[in-house]
Design a protein around this ligand. Structure first.
Ligand SMILES: Cc1cc2nc3c(=O)[nH]c(=O)nc-3n(C[C@H](O)[C@H](O)[C@H](O)COP(=O)(O)OP(=O)(O)OC[C@H]3O[C@@H](n4cnc5c(N)ncnc54)[C@H](O)[C@@H]3O)c2cc1C
Length: 485
């Protein structure tokens, strides 16, 4: 049947260039395909969706860009692997905070908190409880040092509050404390009773604070994808590996053949076992897939005809439980467009994903109406479904209780001619765009070396200079365009 086995066959392989199949067209996959293409590999990229970008998803239906997945560059500095590309594209960033702490990716003075009756929480109280929260977290470090076994950050906080009654809060102060915990849950995309005390602060944070991509992430991924052979609507269902190469089968039965494959599908997709590996992956790899954890955070973007909210970056609603707390990112501050983005995480995000889009948007609007009773109805809305979308099955990886961090590396380590990349394989920058990008480049380089060794083509084994946008940019430093209104 025509095109049933495509790309090129084993017989042809010796006479033409080395080849690779990249599975998944998010940042990791596009970066890997880009690097291998520049190293003279024949590369085909198979992507299940009707678009590239994966968990980077810039929507233009409001008439301007809104990111429903990633929107921040975490670490606005030259050491960020994405900085040269973003700098060269001249894309503006809006810095939402300095680099003081993971929990404060928004500076304290840049948000307004309200109680559920619509009264604004005095800023001194917000500041005071922020300091209390930081003290509590410092105290949990003592608990960590005392205990051999891991426990959740929620449990450690309870122990600290038992031991230090002066840190316990009542009434409004308690609710503000819950809000800080809710922000922490948002950062990890999961509830505090699942976050590891041992590892929650072990990821590497690049300096320079957090910068919002004012024009969205799409221009970056589009630039990297230029000229690549990308097959959309190609959902991979089977990966067969043997001594001479790999055979990758997609949903419609078509098979692609190459020397090696780079697998960049999200952890959630690997967990669902919707891709069959033949032979099975080794136990240590299956264990990493089983044990690593992925959380859920969603975005509900509400577009209004005018701005009726305070001129702050974040608007928060405090409550007696983290589940009852909420927050909105004020896109107007960074982009000038009248949009608020509601961002639920963990159980709340799961519960909201069960609703229709209309009900989810209504739910988000109700939270706003509670604190700003004169709020006008949104004219448009967008709702993400990262937890249930079969192409992601989660938003990003987090450090779960009892999960050793070596598992990120286990997920990355190649198996024969299969290479693995994606945010969940990054030991340093898990859960980020720049982490996904770096692992894609790393997997491409390992794949290149392995395949060329087999070809015996030692001349080609010289390390390739990182090439971005078809030009050598590594040595060219272009300053990032950063603003704060
Ligand atoms: C709501 C949200 C907010 C976030 N905010 C930030 C942020 O501000 N800053 C930041 O740095 N990071 C953020 N992240 C995390 C960041 O988006 C991810 O870490 C990163 O984009 C992951 O890239 P990836 O290439 O590893 O995976 P993905 O982007 O998920 O790419 C994997 C690709 O594989 C495809 N695929 C799945 N199954 C198959 C299959 N069977 N066959 C073929 N293809 C398949 C998918 O469609 C997808 O395109 C956020 C994520 C979410 C969801």
């Amino acid at each position: 049947m025509e095109n049933r086995r495509s790309y090129f066959s084993n017989v042809e392989r010796k006479s033409i260039s080395p080849s690779a199949i990249v599975i998944g067209g998010g940042f990791a996959g596009i970066a890997a395909a880009h690097a291998l293409r520049n190293a003279s590999f024949q590369v085909v990229l198979l992507e299940s969706r009707d678009r590239i970008g994966g968990r980077v998803s810039t929507d233009y239906s409001f008439g301007f860009p809104v990111d429903l997945g990633a929107s921040w560059l975490h670490g606005v500095c030259e050491d960020n692997p994405l900085a040269p590309l973003i700098g060269r594209l001249g894309l503006p960033l809006y810095r939402t905070s300095g680099d003081n702490s993971v929990l404060f990716d928004h500076d304290l003075e840049s948000y307004a908190l309200f109680d559920t009756d619509g009264h604004q929480v005095p800023q001194e109280l917000v500041q005071k409880i922020g300091d209390v929260f930081e003290t509590i977290l410092r105290e949990t470090d003592k608990v960590r040092r005392e205990c051999n076994d891991d426990m959740s950050i929620a449990q450690a906080i309870s122990i600290v509050l038992e031991r230090c009654p002066e840190l316990r809060q009542e009434g409004l102060s308690h609710n503000v404390l819950q809000w800080y915990l809710c922000r922490m849950e948002g950062w990890f995309a999961t509830d505090a009773d699942t976050i590891s005390l041992k590892n929650w602060d072990q990821e590497v944070l690049l300096p320079g604070g957090h910068g919002l991509m004012v024009r969205g992430y799409r221009p970056v991924i589009n630039t990297l994808a230029k000229g690549l052979d990308i097959r959309l609507h190609h959902r991979v269902t089977k990966i067969l590996r043997h001594k001479k190469g790999v055979e990758v089968t997609v949903e419609n039965g078509k098979t692609f053949v190459a020397d090696a494959a780079i697998i960049t599908v999200p952890l959630g997709v690997l967990k669902a076992n919707s891709i069959k590996f033949e032979p099975r992956l080794p136990e240590w790899k299956e264990e990493a897939i089983r044990e690593l954890a992925i959380g859920t955070e969603n975005k509900i973007a509400l577009h209004f005809d005018k701005v009726f909210w305070p001129n702050v970056e974040f608007i928060g609603v405090v409550s007696s439980t983290t589940y009852g707390c909420s927050y909105f990112l004020n896109l107007h501050k960074a982009t000038g467009h009248p949009v608020l983005v509601y961002m639920p995480a963990g159980r709340l995000a799961h519960d909201i994903e069960k609703m229709s889009d209309e009900a989810a948007a209504k739910f988000a609007f109700l939270q706003l109406k509670r604190i700003l009773p004169d709020a006008s109805e949104p004219i448009q809305y967008l709702v993400s479904h990262w937890g249930t979308d079969e192409n992601s099955l989660g938003s990003y990886t987090y450090d779960a209780v009892g999960m050793p961090r070596e598992l990120y590396e286990h997920l990355r380590i190649p198996v024969d001619n299969l290479f693995f990349a994606g945010e969940a394989t990054s030991t340093k920058f898990t859960g980020t765009v720049h982490g996904a990008f770096s692992t894609g480049l790393m997997a491409a380089e390992e794949c290149r070396m392995r395949v060329l060794e087999r070809y015996g083509d030692l001349d080609m084994l010289e390390p390739v200079h990182p090439v971005i946008m078809g030009e050598e940019t590594a040595s060219v430093s272009v300053p990032l365009l950063i603003s704060r209104i």
